[in-house]
Write a protein that binds this ligand. Structure first.
Ligand SMILES: CC(C)(COP(=O)(O)OP(=O)(O)OC[C@H]1O[C@@H](n2cnc3c(N)ncnc32)[C@H](O)[C@@H]1OP(=O)(O)O)[C@@H](O)C(=O)NCCC(=O)NCCS
Length: 249
């Protein structure tokens, strides 16, 4: 029996804002580097919060409709939304509807041996991951970020451009590491921690803290942060004795 080729796979990106359009760059680069091109990009899904119709049109891309279309569209998907909680929500919705996330590595990223990327994880241009690294679902390793040996990145973690993660670091689910921030080796970063731009993390950080500076110190809890949904029972930030997340994978 003749095998039906599974490429190009129809693909949609959820979120037509800046992050979604950056993701399209990665899709196009992956397509340009392979023959035949692995993906047929159908267009963006956006509920109207992040989409910029002009910017989408200049990419020659279509705005197909809202997230609810993901249920009926016969396409794999990527999540082009920066906010980790929103990524988790889209992932749940897509899973319920049987949609498959695509895992994507830009051809100009560098990946070492024994690297396992979770479903929906995207590694952008000039990012580098060395060896024995595991990521959870829908992790973003943005432009020029680096992840050294033996790191564990939980579900929906974001490494902003140029973030530097030294060896043996564990980062909890939904944590967000700002642009050019650094984390010293073997530190443990709790779930939903936010690390400010350019900060240097030298201690373990317990869950939900927002930390900035050199060395990084707590300034807030993410429950009070505009990025987050309210969580009235969040613990105070800044203590080192709280439980830290299990390693993914
Ligand atoms: C950490 C962060 C999320 C905090 O945002 P916020 O809650 O709006 O905080 P504010 O801007 O009100 O700042 C609160 C205090 O922290 C300080 N601060 C904020 N970010 C800081 C940083 N990165 N380094 C050092 N200090 C910082 C502010 O100067 C301010 O100090 P003050 O109270 O003495 O005036 C934000 O500043 C940040 O760094 N975002 C990362 C942006 C980024 O990397 N984007 C990548 C996009 S791809």
């Amino acid at each position: 029996m003749r095998r039906v080729p599974d490429t190009p796979r129809p693909l949609t990106i959820v979120g037509a804002g800046g992050h979604g359009r950056e993701l399209l760059d990665v899709v196009e680069a992956v397509n340009a580097a392979s023959s035949p091109a692995p993906y047929a990009f159908l267009g963006f899904l956006d509920d109207g919060h992040g989409g910029d119709p002009g910017a989408v049109a200049r990419r020659g891309a279509a705005l197909l409709g809202g997230l609810d279309l993901l249920g009926s569209l016969d396409a794999d998907y990527l999540i082009g939304v920066e906010d980790a909680l929103a990524r988790a929500r889209v992932d749940r919705y897509a899973s319920v509807h049987g949609r498959r996330p695509v895992t994507l590595v830009h051809p100009r990223a560098s990946l070492g041996g024994d690297v396992q990327l979770g479903p929906g994880t995207v590694v952008y241009a000039l990012a580098s991951i060395t060896t024995n690294v595991r990521t959870g679902r829908h992790v973003v390793v943005n432009i020029g970020a680096s992840v050294a040996h033996d790191c564990r990145l939980g579900d929906y973690v974001t490494l902003a451009p140029g973030a530097r993660i030294a060896g043996g670091v564990t980062i909890g689910a939904q944590a967000w590491i700002g642009a050019q921030a650094s984390i010293v080796g073997r530190r443990r970063i709790g779930e939903r921690v936010v690390v400010g731009t350019g900060s240097v993390v030298t201690d373990d950080i317990r869950a939900v803290a927002v930390v900035t500076g050199v060395p990084a110190r707590p300034i807030d809890t993410i429950a009070d942060h505009p990025r987050a949904a309210p969580r009235p029972r969040d613990p105070p930030a800044g203590r080192r004795d709280a439980p830290l997340p299990e390693q993914p994978g």
